[in-house]
Write a protein that binds this ligand. Structure first.
Ligand SMILES: CC(C)(COP(=O)(O)OP(=O)(O)OC[C@H]1O[C@@H](n2cnc3c(N)ncnc32)[C@H](O)[C@@H]1OP(=O)(O)O)[C@@H](O)C(=O)NCCC(=O)NCCS
Length: 208
């Protein structure tokens, strides 16, 4: 991948509309007919768990080509401790530029910044095919469970990565998705009406 002319910087308010548009384009009909993620981005910016320093846009020659944001999350450890983690997402690459290494580049650079900010580990829901290339493992294999899943269940989509080696040594417990990700679907529908009309399609591989 050619990294020339690529800039990754913090999002500013004048980016908001373009970032929401990009997110909508990237997620549309991927996991459900239509998508909610552009509304998730819109809502999370005002969430207490939001990490402004890690709300990042990627540009090439001044054009917006990617975005990722991070939130603070935690694991309730079986010994009673509350272990701080971070979570990221939505992460989006402009559809016509996907599968060229840009998503991995944005993710890897953003994780370096998260480590500099002091994050010890990241927990996410996602596809190991993509995130495995950046060092994520199935969290259940490290004794971290996804909230709501049965005790013995190892869910393949719940992943983690230590940013500080050993950060999760001796930790077992349950991870909680930050509440801000659970948006109201009717509110998301209403929000979407301000965007250009786009056909919702039921496609193979969707989760919802
Ligand atoms: C997911 C996304 C951010 C990845 O960015 P990208 O630039 O397309 O991915 P990269 O080219 O950096 O991928 C690196 C590797 O990860 C894997 N990978 C990437 N996207 C994948 C996908 N959708 N399914 C399976 N593997 C994937 C591939 O192995 C890829 O290498 P390859 O193309 O040489 O096989 C981007 O495709 C996107 O915006 N998708 C729509 C929104 C989305 O699904 N976001 C993530 C939600 S969890």
């Amino acid at each position: 991948m050619n990294q020339d002319n690529i800039v990754i910087r913090q999002e500013i308010p004048s980016d908001y509309a373009a970032v929401e548009h990009l997110t909508r384009e990237a997620f549309w009909n991927v996991y459900r007919p239509g998508c909610l993620e552009h509304y998730v981005v819109h809502v999370l910016r005002h969430d207490p768990a939001f990490v402004p320093e890690l709300d990042l846009v990627m540009e090439r020659e001044g054009e917006l080509i990617g975005h990722v944001l991070y939130t603070r999350s935690f694991i309730t450890a079986n010994d009673g401790r509350r272990i701080p983690t971070m979570t990221f997402g939505p992460i989006s690459i402009r559809p016509d530029l996907q599968r060229q290494g840009l998503g991995k580049y944005l993710l890897d650079r953003s994780m370096e910044q998260a480590a500099e900010l002091g994050a010890g580990a990241l927990c996410i829901e996602g596809n190991l095919d993509f995130y495995g290339k950046s060092g994520f493992v199935v969290a259940g294999t490290r004794g971290i469970r996804y909230h709501g899943e049965p005790e013995q269940e190892i869910v393949p989509y719940f992943l983690l990565k230590e940013l500080r080696p050993g950060f999760l040594d001796g930790v077992t417990g349950v991870y909680h998705t930050p509440q801000g990700y659970y948006v109201d679907e009717a509110a998301a529908e209403a929000f979407d009406r301000d965007f250009p009309p786009k056909e919702k399609k039921r496609l193979p591989g969707q989760l919802f």
